[in-house]
Ligand binder design. Structure first.
Ligand SMILES: Cc1cc2nc3c(=O)[nH]c(=O)nc-3n(C[C@H](O)[C@H](O)[C@H](O)COP(=O)(O)OP(=O)(O)OC[C@H]3O[C@@H](n4cnc5c(N)ncnc54)[C@H](O)[C@@H]3O)c2cc1C
Length: 375
Protein backbone atom coordinates (compact mmCIF):
# COMPACT_ATOMS: atom_id res chain seq x y z
CA UNK A 1 0.00 0.00 0.00
CA UNK A 2 1.51 3.34 -1.02
CA UNK A 3 0.47 6.32 1.04
CA UNK A 4 0.60 9.36 -1.17
CA UNK A 5 -2.04 11.21 0.84
CA UNK A 6 -2.12 14.66 2.34
CA UNK A 7 -4.46 16.99 4.21
CA UNK A 8 -6.27 18.34 1.11
CA UNK A 9 -10.06 18.03 0.51
CA UNK A 10 -11.16 14.52 -0.57
CA UNK A 11 -11.46 15.33 -4.27
CA UNK A 12 -7.89 16.68 -4.42
CA UNK A 13 -6.26 14.21 -2.09
CA UNK A 14 -3.72 11.79 -3.51
CA UNK A 15 -4.98 8.30 -2.87
CA UNK A 16 -3.52 5.39 -0.90
CA UNK A 17 -2.86 2.76 -3.56
CA UNK A 18 -3.71 -0.89 -3.27
CA UNK A 19 -4.92 -3.57 -5.68
CA UNK A 20 -8.28 -4.50 -4.12
CA UNK A 21 -10.47 -2.73 -1.58
CA UNK A 22 -13.01 -4.78 0.36
CA UNK A 23 -15.75 -2.56 1.82
CA UNK A 24 -17.31 -4.02 4.97
CA UNK A 25 -15.98 -6.45 7.59
CA UNK A 26 -19.06 -8.55 8.30
CA UNK A 27 -19.32 -12.23 7.35
CA UNK A 28 -19.11 -11.39 3.65
CA UNK A 29 -16.14 -9.04 3.86
CA UNK A 30 -14.14 -11.26 6.22
CA UNK A 31 -14.74 -14.34 4.08
CA UNK A 32 -13.57 -12.43 1.00
CA UNK A 33 -10.51 -11.12 2.87
CA UNK A 34 -9.63 -14.60 4.11
CA UNK A 35 -9.72 -16.00 0.58
CA UNK A 36 -7.67 -13.14 -0.89
CA UNK A 37 -5.01 -13.67 1.76
CA UNK A 38 -5.07 -17.42 1.34
CA UNK A 39 -4.48 -17.01 -2.38
CA UNK A 40 -1.38 -14.92 -1.69
CA UNK A 41 -2.66 -11.35 -2.05
CA UNK A 42 -0.59 -9.29 0.38
CA UNK A 43 -2.33 -7.43 3.20
CA UNK A 44 -1.96 -3.70 2.60
CA UNK A 45 -0.18 -3.52 -0.75
CA UNK A 46 -2.54 -6.12 -2.26
CA UNK A 47 -5.77 -5.48 -0.39
CA UNK A 48 -7.35 -3.64 2.50
CA UNK A 49 -10.70 -3.96 4.26
CA UNK A 50 -12.53 -0.78 5.26
CA UNK A 51 -15.26 -0.97 7.88
CA UNK A 52 -17.34 1.79 9.38
CA UNK A 53 -18.09 0.05 12.67
CA UNK A 54 -15.93 0.90 15.69
CA UNK A 55 -15.25 -2.76 16.60
CA UNK A 56 -15.27 -6.16 14.84
CA UNK A 57 -18.61 -7.96 14.44
CA UNK A 58 -20.26 -6.42 11.37
CA UNK A 59 -23.92 -5.58 11.92
CA UNK A 60 -24.21 -8.23 14.64
CA UNK A 61 -22.84 -5.76 17.21
CA UNK A 62 -26.04 -3.71 16.80
CA UNK A 63 -28.61 -6.49 17.21
CA UNK A 64 -31.06 -6.20 20.11
CA UNK A 65 -30.03 -7.91 23.39
CA UNK A 66 -32.70 -10.66 23.33
CA UNK A 67 -31.30 -11.98 20.02
CA UNK A 68 -29.15 -14.70 21.50
CA UNK A 69 -27.29 -17.62 19.98
CA UNK A 70 -30.41 -19.72 20.58
CA UNK A 71 -32.83 -17.31 18.89
CA UNK A 72 -30.82 -16.51 15.74
CA UNK A 73 -31.52 -18.72 12.76
CA UNK A 74 -27.98 -20.01 12.56
CA UNK A 75 -24.66 -18.24 12.29
CA UNK A 76 -22.50 -20.20 9.93
CA UNK A 77 -18.79 -20.53 10.71
CA UNK A 78 -16.37 -18.33 8.80
CA UNK A 79 -13.86 -20.27 6.67
CA UNK A 80 -10.82 -21.63 8.51
CA UNK A 81 -11.91 -21.06 12.13
CA UNK A 82 -15.04 -22.39 13.78
CA UNK A 83 -17.13 -20.31 16.15
CA UNK A 84 -16.77 -23.02 18.80
CA UNK A 85 -12.97 -22.88 18.64
CA UNK A 86 -12.81 -19.09 18.68
CA UNK A 87 -15.42 -18.53 21.43
CA UNK A 88 -15.47 -21.82 23.37
CA UNK A 89 -17.41 -20.53 26.37
CA UNK A 90 -20.37 -19.05 24.50
CA UNK A 91 -23.58 -20.74 25.65
CA UNK A 92 -26.93 -20.52 23.88
CA UNK A 93 -28.11 -17.63 26.03
CA UNK A 94 -25.23 -15.34 25.09
CA UNK A 95 -26.26 -12.27 23.11
CA UNK A 96 -25.36 -12.49 19.42
CA UNK A 97 -24.26 -8.84 19.75
CA UNK A 98 -21.59 -9.94 22.22
CA UNK A 99 -20.54 -13.36 20.91
CA UNK A 100 -20.19 -12.55 17.21
CA UNK A 101 -17.93 -9.53 17.74
CA UNK A 102 -15.66 -11.76 19.88
CA UNK A 103 -15.57 -14.36 17.11
CA UNK A 104 -14.84 -11.82 14.38
CA UNK A 105 -12.16 -10.08 16.46
CA UNK A 106 -10.36 -13.39 16.99
CA UNK A 107 -10.77 -14.20 13.30
CA UNK A 108 -9.30 -10.91 12.09
CA UNK A 109 -6.30 -11.23 14.36
CA UNK A 110 -5.74 -14.98 13.76
CA UNK A 111 -5.50 -14.47 9.99
CA UNK A 112 -3.84 -11.03 10.08
CA UNK A 113 -6.60 -9.41 8.03
CA UNK A 114 -5.90 -5.73 7.29
CA UNK A 115 -9.16 -4.21 8.55
CA UNK A 116 -9.18 -0.44 8.98
CA UNK A 117 -11.91 1.02 11.20
CA UNK A 118 -13.84 3.10 11.76
CA UNK A 119 -13.68 4.13 8.11
CA UNK A 120 -16.87 5.03 6.25
CA UNK A 121 -16.78 4.81 2.49
CA UNK A 122 -18.69 7.79 1.21
CA UNK A 123 -18.45 7.36 -2.56
CA UNK A 124 -16.70 5.26 -5.18
CA UNK A 125 -15.90 6.61 -8.66
CA UNK A 126 -13.95 5.17 -11.56
CA UNK A 127 -11.17 7.00 -13.33
CA UNK A 128 -8.66 5.64 -15.84
CA UNK A 129 -9.28 2.01 -14.98
CA UNK A 130 -8.95 2.51 -11.22
CA UNK A 131 -11.55 3.00 -8.52
CA UNK A 132 -11.25 6.02 -6.30
CA UNK A 133 -12.71 5.17 -2.91
CA UNK A 134 -13.42 8.28 -0.88
CA UNK A 135 -13.90 7.80 2.84
CA UNK A 136 -14.25 9.98 5.90
CA UNK A 137 -10.51 9.50 6.34
CA UNK A 138 -8.06 8.61 3.56
CA UNK A 139 -8.94 8.24 -0.10
CA UNK A 140 -8.01 4.86 -1.61
CA UNK A 141 -7.26 3.87 -5.17
CA UNK A 142 -7.72 0.26 -6.31
CA UNK A 143 -8.13 -1.79 -9.47
CA UNK A 144 -10.78 -4.06 -8.00
CA UNK A 145 -13.57 -3.81 -5.47
CA UNK A 146 -15.41 -6.29 -3.29
CA UNK A 147 -18.43 -4.62 -1.77
CA UNK A 148 -19.72 -6.35 1.37
CA UNK A 149 -21.67 -3.60 3.10
CA UNK A 150 -24.71 -5.68 4.09
CA UNK A 151 -28.13 -4.20 4.72
CA UNK A 152 -28.20 -3.03 8.34
CA UNK A 153 -27.56 0.61 7.47
CA UNK A 154 -30.59 0.68 5.14
CA UNK A 155 -33.77 -0.19 7.05
CA UNK A 156 -36.84 -0.23 4.83
CA UNK A 157 -40.15 1.34 5.86
CA UNK A 158 -42.92 1.20 3.25
CA UNK A 159 -44.62 4.45 2.43
CA UNK A 160 -48.22 4.59 3.68
CA UNK A 161 -50.28 7.76 3.51
CA UNK A 162 -50.50 9.57 6.82
CA UNK A 163 -47.07 8.45 8.01
CA UNK A 164 -46.25 11.93 9.28
CA UNK A 165 -49.62 12.39 11.03
CA UNK A 166 -49.22 9.65 13.62
CA UNK A 167 -48.78 11.12 17.11
CA UNK A 168 -47.51 7.90 18.67
CA UNK A 169 -44.08 6.34 18.23
CA UNK A 170 -42.88 4.68 15.02
CA UNK A 171 -39.71 2.66 14.92
CA UNK A 172 -38.03 0.02 12.79
CA UNK A 173 -36.50 -3.29 13.89
CA UNK A 174 -33.16 -1.52 13.41
CA UNK A 175 -33.91 0.66 16.47
CA UNK A 176 -35.57 -1.95 18.69
CA UNK A 177 -33.79 -2.66 21.98
CA UNK A 178 -36.13 -4.25 24.51
CA UNK A 179 -39.83 -5.12 25.03
CA UNK A 180 -39.83 -3.46 28.45
CA UNK A 181 -40.00 0.01 26.95
CA UNK A 182 -43.47 -0.81 25.53
CA UNK A 183 -44.95 -2.17 28.77
CA UNK A 184 -48.67 -1.41 29.03
CA UNK A 185 -48.92 0.09 25.53
CA UNK A 186 -50.67 -1.12 22.40
CA UNK A 187 -48.07 -2.00 19.77
CA UNK A 188 -48.87 -2.71 16.12
CA UNK A 189 -46.19 -4.93 14.61
CA UNK A 190 -45.96 -4.78 10.83
CA UNK A 191 -44.25 -7.48 8.79
CA UNK A 192 -44.29 -11.22 8.23
CA UNK A 193 -40.67 -12.24 8.71
CA UNK A 194 -38.72 -13.96 11.45
CA UNK A 195 -37.87 -10.69 13.21
CA UNK A 196 -41.57 -9.73 13.35
CA UNK A 197 -42.40 -13.06 14.98
CA UNK A 198 -39.64 -12.78 17.54
CA UNK A 199 -40.53 -9.23 18.55
CA UNK A 200 -44.25 -10.04 18.57
CA UNK A 201 -43.49 -12.88 20.96
CA UNK A 202 -41.54 -10.83 23.45
CA UNK A 203 -43.58 -7.62 23.27
CA UNK A 204 -46.89 -9.50 23.61
CA UNK A 205 -45.74 -10.66 27.05
CA UNK A 206 -45.66 -7.09 28.39
CA UNK A 207 -47.96 -5.13 26.09
CA UNK A 208 -51.09 -5.48 23.98
CA UNK A 209 -50.12 -6.31 20.40
CA UNK A 210 -51.70 -6.35 16.95
CA UNK A 211 -50.04 -7.83 13.89
CA UNK A 212 -50.43 -6.78 10.25
CA UNK A 213 -48.81 -8.44 7.22
CA UNK A 214 -49.10 -7.82 3.49
CA UNK A 215 -49.70 -11.47 2.64
CA UNK A 216 -50.77 -14.33 4.92
CA UNK A 217 -47.70 -15.73 6.70
CA UNK A 218 -46.35 -18.96 5.25
CA UNK A 219 -45.73 -21.41 8.09
CA UNK A 220 -43.26 -24.21 7.57
CA UNK A 221 -43.73 -27.48 9.43
CA UNK A 222 -40.54 -29.38 10.09
CA UNK A 223 -36.92 -28.46 9.54
CA UNK A 224 -35.75 -26.37 6.64
CA UNK A 225 -33.68 -28.98 4.82
CA UNK A 226 -30.68 -28.26 2.67
CA UNK A 227 -32.47 -28.96 -0.60
CA UNK A 228 -35.21 -26.46 0.28
CA UNK A 229 -32.48 -23.95 1.21
CA UNK A 230 -30.73 -24.42 -2.12
CA UNK A 231 -34.02 -24.01 -3.99
CA UNK A 232 -34.74 -20.76 -2.11
CA UNK A 233 -31.29 -19.39 -2.94
CA UNK A 234 -31.68 -20.45 -6.61
CA UNK A 235 -34.84 -18.35 -6.91
CA UNK A 236 -33.04 -15.24 -5.66
CA UNK A 237 -30.05 -16.02 -7.87
CA UNK A 238 -32.25 -16.25 -10.98
CA UNK A 239 -33.63 -12.81 -10.20
CA UNK A 240 -30.27 -11.08 -9.85
CA UNK A 241 -28.84 -12.84 -12.91
CA UNK A 242 -31.79 -11.35 -14.81
CA UNK A 243 -30.93 -7.89 -13.42
CA UNK A 244 -33.97 -7.73 -11.12
CA UNK A 245 -33.83 -6.41 -7.54
CA UNK A 246 -33.31 -9.34 -5.15
CA UNK A 247 -35.92 -10.45 -2.67
CA UNK A 248 -34.67 -11.59 0.73
CA UNK A 249 -33.55 -15.22 0.90
CA UNK A 250 -35.62 -15.58 4.09
CA UNK A 251 -38.74 -14.47 2.22
CA UNK A 252 -38.73 -17.80 0.42
CA UNK A 253 -37.85 -19.98 3.40
CA UNK A 254 -41.11 -19.53 5.35
CA UNK A 255 -41.65 -19.19 9.10
CA UNK A 256 -40.72 -22.14 11.28
CA UNK A 257 -43.42 -23.70 13.45
CA UNK A 258 -41.91 -24.48 16.84
CA UNK A 259 -42.72 -24.54 20.54
CA UNK A 260 -42.44 -20.79 20.75
CA UNK A 261 -44.86 -20.12 17.87
CA UNK A 262 -47.28 -22.74 19.19
CA UNK A 263 -47.28 -20.96 22.57
CA UNK A 264 -47.90 -17.67 20.77
CA UNK A 265 -50.82 -19.22 18.93
CA UNK A 266 -52.23 -20.48 22.21
CA UNK A 267 -51.92 -16.99 23.71
CA UNK A 268 -53.85 -15.62 20.71
CA UNK A 269 -51.09 -13.28 19.52
CA UNK A 270 -50.81 -14.75 16.01
CA UNK A 271 -54.17 -13.34 14.87
CA UNK A 272 -52.89 -11.62 11.76
CA UNK A 273 -54.63 -8.68 10.09
CA UNK A 274 -54.21 -7.63 6.46
CA UNK A 275 -52.32 -4.42 5.76
CA UNK A 276 -54.07 -1.17 6.52
CA UNK A 277 -54.31 1.45 3.82
CA UNK A 278 -53.45 4.59 5.79
CA UNK A 279 -52.00 5.88 9.02
CA UNK A 280 -54.01 8.30 11.10
CA UNK A 281 -53.16 10.56 14.03
CA UNK A 282 -54.03 7.82 16.47
CA UNK A 283 -53.41 4.57 14.62
CA UNK A 284 -54.28 2.96 11.30
CA UNK A 285 -57.29 2.62 9.02
CA UNK A 286 -58.25 -0.19 6.61
CA UNK A 287 -59.90 0.37 3.19
CA UNK A 288 -63.32 -0.59 4.64
CA UNK A 289 -63.06 2.30 7.14
CA UNK A 290 -62.22 0.15 10.17
CA UNK A 291 -59.76 1.86 12.52
CA UNK A 292 -57.36 0.67 15.19
CA UNK A 293 -55.89 2.99 17.81
CA UNK A 294 -52.31 2.14 18.83
CA UNK A 295 -49.47 3.77 20.75
CA UNK A 296 -46.64 2.36 18.70
CA UNK A 297 -46.10 1.14 15.13
CA UNK A 298 -43.10 -1.18 14.93
CA UNK A 299 -42.00 -1.71 11.34
CA UNK A 300 -40.42 -5.16 10.96
CA UNK A 301 -40.28 -4.61 7.23
CA UNK A 302 -36.73 -5.57 6.46
CA UNK A 303 -33.70 -3.95 4.97
CA UNK A 304 -32.30 -3.08 1.56
CA UNK A 305 -28.71 -3.50 0.37
CA UNK A 306 -26.52 -0.56 1.42
CA UNK A 307 -25.13 0.42 -1.98
CA UNK A 308 -25.62 4.18 -2.28
CA UNK A 309 -21.88 4.85 -2.19
CA UNK A 310 -21.56 2.93 -5.49
CA UNK A 311 -24.09 5.16 -7.33
CA UNK A 312 -21.46 6.95 -9.53
CA UNK A 313 -20.50 3.56 -11.02
CA UNK A 314 -23.98 3.36 -12.64
CA UNK A 315 -24.31 -0.35 -11.95
CA UNK A 316 -28.12 -0.44 -11.99
CA UNK A 317 -30.33 -1.63 -14.84
CA UNK A 318 -33.53 0.21 -15.82
CA UNK A 319 -35.43 -2.31 -13.65
CA UNK A 320 -33.60 -0.93 -10.60
CA UNK A 321 -31.67 -4.15 -10.05
CA UNK A 322 -28.01 -4.91 -10.76
CA UNK A 323 -27.35 -7.65 -13.31
CA UNK A 324 -25.04 -10.19 -11.68
CA UNK A 325 -22.82 -12.86 -13.27
CA UNK A 326 -19.93 -15.10 -12.28
CA UNK A 327 -19.92 -18.50 -10.63
CA UNK A 328 -22.06 -17.50 -7.62
CA UNK A 329 -23.59 -14.34 -9.06
CA UNK A 330 -21.24 -11.96 -7.22
CA UNK A 331 -19.75 -10.26 -10.28
CA UNK A 332 -21.42 -7.12 -11.64
CA UNK A 333 -22.03 -7.69 -15.35
CA UNK A 334 -21.64 -3.99 -16.23
CA UNK A 335 -18.39 -3.70 -14.24
CA UNK A 336 -16.63 -7.05 -13.79
CA UNK A 337 -14.01 -5.54 -11.47
CA UNK A 338 -16.75 -5.03 -8.90
CA UNK A 339 -18.11 -7.94 -6.85
CA UNK A 340 -21.07 -7.72 -4.47
CA UNK A 341 -20.87 -10.27 -1.66
CA UNK A 342 -23.70 -10.66 0.84
CA UNK A 343 -26.05 -9.37 -1.87
CA UNK A 344 -29.01 -11.32 -3.28
CA UNK A 345 -28.34 -15.07 -3.15
CA UNK A 346 -25.37 -14.61 -0.80
CA UNK A 347 -27.32 -12.58 1.81
CA UNK A 348 -26.99 -15.16 4.57
CA UNK A 349 -24.02 -16.20 6.66
CA UNK A 350 -23.55 -19.43 4.71
CA UNK A 351 -24.10 -17.68 1.37
CA UNK A 352 -21.63 -14.93 2.24
CA UNK A 353 -18.98 -17.53 3.07
CA UNK A 354 -19.17 -19.27 -0.28
CA UNK A 355 -19.54 -16.04 -2.21
CA UNK A 356 -16.39 -14.62 -0.58
CA UNK A 357 -14.34 -17.47 -2.05
CA UNK A 358 -15.87 -17.07 -5.50
CA UNK A 359 -15.45 -13.29 -5.51
CA UNK A 360 -11.81 -13.44 -4.38
CA UNK A 361 -10.78 -15.94 -7.04
CA UNK A 362 -12.78 -14.40 -9.88
CA UNK A 363 -11.64 -10.86 -9.12
CA UNK A 364 -8.00 -11.97 -9.00
CA UNK A 365 -8.45 -13.64 -12.36
CA UNK A 366 -10.08 -10.54 -13.87
CA UNK A 367 -7.22 -8.37 -12.56
CA UNK A 368 -4.56 -10.84 -13.71
CA UNK A 369 -3.29 -11.52 -10.18
CA UNK A 370 -1.90 -15.06 -10.09
CA UNK A 371 -2.62 -17.03 -6.92
CA UNK A 372 0.55 -17.71 -4.91
CA UNK A 373 -0.70 -20.84 -3.24
CA UNK A 374 -3.22 -23.19 -4.76
CA UNK A 375 -6.58 -22.87 -3.00
C1 LIG B 1 -32.05 -9.37 12.85
C2 LIG B 1 -31.31 -10.20 11.87
C3 LIG B 1 -31.02 -11.52 12.17
C4 LIG B 1 -30.35 -12.32 11.26
N1 LIG B 1 -30.11 -13.61 11.59
C5 LIG B 1 -29.43 -14.41 10.72
C6 LIG B 1 -29.09 -15.75 11.04
O1 LIG B 1 -29.44 -16.24 12.12
N2 LIG B 1 -28.40 -16.48 10.14
C7 LIG B 1 -28.00 -15.96 8.94
O2 LIG B 1 -27.37 -16.67 8.15
N3 LIG B 1 -28.28 -14.70 8.60
C8 LIG B 1 -28.98 -13.91 9.46
N4 LIG B 1 -29.28 -12.61 9.12
C9 LIG B 1 -28.78 -12.10 7.87
C10 LIG B 1 -27.30 -11.89 8.20
O3 LIG B 1 -27.13 -10.83 9.09
C11 LIG B 1 -26.44 -11.71 7.05
O4 LIG B 1 -26.65 -12.58 6.02
C12 LIG B 1 -24.96 -11.67 7.34
O5 LIG B 1 -24.59 -11.65 8.69
C13 LIG B 1 -24.61 -10.37 6.74
O6 LIG B 1 -23.25 -10.27 6.65
P1 LIG B 1 -22.66 -9.13 5.76
O7 LIG B 1 -21.20 -9.24 5.85
O8 LIG B 1 -23.26 -9.14 4.40
O9 LIG B 1 -23.20 -7.75 6.42
P2 LIG B 1 -22.95 -7.02 7.82
O10 LIG B 1 -22.78 -7.94 8.96
O11 LIG B 1 -24.03 -6.01 7.88
O12 LIG B 1 -21.57 -6.29 7.61
C14 LIG B 1 -21.45 -5.19 6.76
C15 LIG B 1 -20.34 -4.32 7.28
O13 LIG B 1 -20.14 -3.29 6.32
C16 LIG B 1 -19.97 -2.07 7.00
N5 LIG B 1 -20.38 -0.98 6.11
C17 LIG B 1 -21.60 -0.72 5.62
N6 LIG B 1 -21.57 0.38 4.84
C18 LIG B 1 -20.29 0.81 4.86
C19 LIG B 1 -19.60 1.91 4.27
N7 LIG B 1 -20.23 2.78 3.46
N8 LIG B 1 -18.28 2.07 4.52
C20 LIG B 1 -17.62 1.20 5.30
N9 LIG B 1 -18.22 0.13 5.88
C21 LIG B 1 -19.52 -0.05 5.67
C22 LIG B 1 -20.85 -2.17 8.22
O14 LIG B 1 -20.40 -1.28 9.20
C23 LIG B 1 -20.69 -3.64 8.60
O15 LIG B 1 -19.65 -3.81 9.53
C24 LIG B 1 -29.95 -11.80 10.02
C25 LIG B 1 -30.22 -10.45 9.71
C26 LIG B 1 -30.90 -9.65 10.62
C27 LIG B 1 -31.21 -8.22 10.27
Amino acid sequence: MTDEGGGAPAEQRVAVKTEIVVIGAGQAGLSSAYHLKRRGVAAGRGFVVLDQNPIPGGAWQHRWPSLTLSTVNRIHDLPGLSFAEAVPAAGDDVEAAVAVPRYFAEYESRFGLPVYRPVTVRVVCERGGRFRIETDRETFSARGLINATGTWETPYVPDYPGHELFRGRQLHTHDYRTAAEFAGQHVLIVGGGISAIQLLDEISKVARTSWATRTPPRWREGPFDQEAGRAAVRLVEERVRAGLPPNAVVSVTGLPVNERTEAMRARGVLERQPMFSEITETGVRWPDGRELAVDVILWCTGFRSSLDHLAPLLLREPSGGIAMGGRLATQVVKQPRVHLVGYGPSASTVGANRAGAAAASELMETLGIAPKISA
